[in-house]
Design a binder for this molecule. Structure first.
Ligand SMILES: [Cu+2]
Length: 146
C-alpha cells in the first residue's frame, strides 16, 4: 500500500516536471521567432542596359551608393540583382541612381549628358534590345581595376 503511494507521487511529480520544461521550450521558441523577423532584406532583379565589365562596375557602384547591400549586374543578360533593406532604400531610388550614372533601366532613362560621359566602349545600344551591343567585350581585361 505504502509503496503504491510513493510511486503515484513520483509519477505526479515527473508530470509536473516535464510540463515545466515544455513551457520553457515554448517561450524560448516564440522569443526566437520574434527577433528573427527584425532584419529584412528585399531582393529584386531588373533590366539595366550596358556593355562590359566597366559598365558592370559603374552600375554596381551606383546601386550600392544608393543603399543596396549588394548589387550584381549580369553582363550577358543585362540584369541587375540588388538586395537591400526596404527601410533604407527602394528599387525606385536605386534605379534613379543607376540612370544618373549613365545607364538606362526599366525604371528610368539616363540623362543624355551622363550617357555621353561614358567611356566610348560603354556607350551601349539605347534601342533597348538587351545584349545587342557588346562592343567592348574584348576590352574587359584592359578596363581599369579600382
Ligand atoms: Cu562598358
Amino acid at each position: 500500500m505504502y509503496s503504491a503511494k510513493i510511486v503515484f507521487s513520483i509519477l505526479a511529480l515527473s508530470v509536473c516536471f516535464f510540463n515545466a520544461i515544455g513551457a520553457q521550450q515554448m517561450t524560448g521558441l516564440t522569443k526566437k521567432a520574434a527577433t528573427a523577423v527584425t532584419p529584412t532584406t528585399q531582393t529584386e532583379t531588373f533590366q539595366v542596359l550596358g556593355n562590359c565589365g566597366m559598365c558592370k562596375r559603374t552600375i554596381e557602384k551606383a546601386a550600392t551608393q544608393a543603399g543596396a547591400a549588394s548589387a550584381n549586374w549580369d553582363v550577358e543578360k543585362d540584369l541587375l540583382t540588388v538586395s537591400f533593406d526596404p527601410a533604407k532604400t527602394s528599387v525606385d531610388v536605386i534605379q534613379k541612381a543607376v540612370a544618373r550614372s549613365g545607364y538606362d533601366n526599366v525604371g528610368y532613362k539616363a540623362p543624355d549628358e551622363a550617357y555621353n560621359d561614358l567611356h566610348g566602349c560603354c556607350q551601349y545600344d539605347r534601342s533597348g534590345a538587351p545584349g545587342s551591343a557588346k562592343s567592348c567585350g574584348m576590352m574587359e581585361d584592359e578596363a581599369p581595376k579600382n
